[in-house]
Write a protein that binds this ligand. Structure first.
Ligand code: ADP
Ligand code: ZN
Length: 541
């Protein structure tokens, strides 16, 4: 408790932290499963500073990402912790300082390293061996431990070799931490690291007091006034966070909400100086400012209990981020709202930024990395455009946790609004729409989403005749089907990457989005066959 307060400047432990700390201090192997942002690092950083008890010596932390590592080292040094690090990137002099610190009589409390360094550096190996022989290895910590499992999405070859830790350094307790709840991955971690019989601490990911909701993003003209109406009505004078995509966005949204809509706002992003950021954060923390409009840069080290709402002005880049950002709401356990404004146009905007290397990163991502980022983004798109399934089930499912929809207890818009709704079989309509889109492409028509809807429903408009859509074989195949139902079916097909959009910029510089059958499904017959087997259902309220 003394170290928690004096060094980490925190008041109390979160669930499972104290259990993990006590278990490792007693010399047990420990497996920790905690959602991102749950507070995993404290579980090994704090015991590393406890010099009394059964274990003493250095805590070796193995981390896959250099960026993650340097953030943590920087943070710990700021708290006055004696910490050193190895990484392939460290220049020679830093690595040799690390070496001499590890050999000196006043040893650091923590050493951060990558698995590569452990494997390839002879010096590092001989130092570790010497520490082991003199009983000065307090524990090994394997952070992001799911990287060891080829069942997981982030498998890393060099993590594989960590199965030697137990063999090479018998008797040294191991702590493995992850935010991945998949059973196969967990079993893999425990067997590969040789930790069978370990103390296993898993925290539930579900946040029962959070209400999830996604609403269509209004047009730019009315967006902020609609947002402020929602805030005034549901959370007057309460604390909240609005996540925006860009720095400019933050400043402009904060200003407009303050000046035009009477809300107490400020903004926060990585482009501000440290005193500016601290000023904004502490004004919000004190309650002088109610709403902080921020980029994802906002959040680290923030522990405000009474955040009543988190709004996503633009959809997040991935569901991990979404879970973490919405997770800042309702830490006190009282009800809180998570509201996302969604439009397909934002997906397209983010995709373009991924292609342009504009997302905040120092090294330009590889092609595989870009494809991964897009896939992550599409996962968010599927989440947001889904209007039938429970959102809580969807998010928890993403982390590998099975969740019974009945337990949502109207905790998301889909569960509330689909009460008493009927599932409607739209298989035939979906197949007709796909074939309509394909036939339009064959006739070299560029078809917009609204053209598709109108042609499907056989709208007798001048535009349909002028563009020649009324001559397509499936024109009017969906006569009598509700306009809104048609729109949702098309949206659903887009959200599931059966249909896709493409852009054309005309001579006047206007860019329009048109739809086509997704490249993956170019083989239309297979797609239609699959659809007719699986069926295509949407619920009707
Ligand atoms: P993880 O590694 O699980 O994603 P971190 O260890 O980075 O999470 O912690 C996330 C945030 O929670 C950090 O800002 C940290 O300071 C904060 N935090 C961790 N433990 C506590 C605690 N007991 N009380 C308050 N804040 C905490
Ligand atoms: Zn639900």
């Amino acid at each position: 408790m003394r170290i928690l307060r004096n060094t980490f400047k925190l008041k109390s432990f979160r669930s499972n932290q104290l259990e993990a700390i006590n278990a490792t201090l007693s010399g047990h192997d420990v497996f920790v499963l905690m959602p991102t942002g749950g507070g995993k690092s404290l579980c090994y950083q704090l015991p590393a500073l406890c010099t009394s008890g059964m274990t003493r010596g250095i805590t070796i932390v193995i981390s896959p990402l250099k960026a993650l590592m340097s953030d943590q080292v920087f943070h710990l040094q700021g708290l006055g912790v004696d910490v050193v690090s190895y990484s392939g990137d460290n220049d020679m002099s830093t690595n040799s300082t690390t070496n001499s610190r590890l050999r000196s009589s006043t040893k650091p409390a923590i050493l951060y390293t990558t698995p590569e360094k452990l494997k390839h550096s002879q010096i590092a190996q001989s130092i570790l061996r010497q520490l082991w022989e003199t009983k000065q290895l307090a524990r090994f910590v394997v952070d992001e431990a799911h990287c060891i499992s080829s069942w997981g999405r982030q498998f890393r070859q060099t993590y594989q070799d960590l199965d030697q830790l137990r063999v090479d350094y018998p008797g040294v307790p191991i702590m493995a931490l992850t935010a991945t709840a998949k059973k196969v991955v967990i079993n893999d971690i425990i067997t590969k690291l040789g930790m069978t019989g370990c103390v296993s601490l898993t925290s539930p990911f579900n946040r029962p007091n959070l209400q999830y909701r996604v609403v269509p993003k209004p047009s730019a003209k009315t967006f902020l006034s609609e947002m402020s109406t929602w805030i005034h009505r549901n959370h007057p004078n309460e604390s909240g966070v609005i996540y925006c995509f860009s720095r400019n966005n933050c400043e402009q949204v904060a200003r407009e909400l303050r000046e035009k809509h009477g809300l107490k706002t400020d903004f926060y992003h990585a482009g501000m100086s440290v005193p500016e950021k601290e000023g904004a954060q502490s004004a919000w923390q004190r309650g002088d400012v109610h709403i902080i409009v921020a980029t994802v840069a906002f959040g680290m080290g923030i522990d405000k209990a009474n955040v009543r709402f988190v709004i996503h002005h633009t959809l997040p880049k991935d569901l991990d981020g979404y879970y973490q950002e919405t997770g800042r709401a309702g830490r006190d356990g009282k009800p809180a709202d998570c509201l996302m404004y969604y439009t397909f146009a934002d997906v397209k905007k983010l995709e373009k930024l991924i292609d342009k290397d504009d997302l905040e990163s120092s090294v330009p991502p590889s092609r595989e990395e870009k494809a991964r980022q897009k896939e992550q983004l599409h996962e968010v798109m599927r989440y947001a455009s889904n209007i039938t399934d429970c959102r809580r089930c969807y998010v928890l499912g993403y982390f590998g946790e099975k969740f019974d929809r009945r337990q949502c207890r109207n905790g998301c818009d889909n569960c509330v609004e689909n009460q008493g709704s009927i599932e409607e079989d739209m298989t035939e309509a979906a197949i007709n729409i796909i074939q309509l889109v394909q036939s339009a492409r064959k006739s070299n028509f560029d078809m917009t989403e609204s053209d598709c809807r109108d042609a499907f429903r056989g709208a007798e408009t001048k535009a349909m005749r002028n563009k020649g859509y009324d001559r397509l074989p499936l024109y009017g195949a969906g006569k009598g089907i509700d306009r809104a139902v048609t729109e949702r079916t098309v949206q659903h097909l887009l959200g599931n990457s059966i249909l896709d959009t493409y852009d054309i910029t005309n001579g006047a510089g206007w860019t329009n989005a048109y739809i086509k059958v997704c490249a993956l499904h170019e083989s239309l017959r297979i797609c239609v066959f699959m659809l007719s087997c699986l069926g295509w259902f949407i619920s009707r309220r």
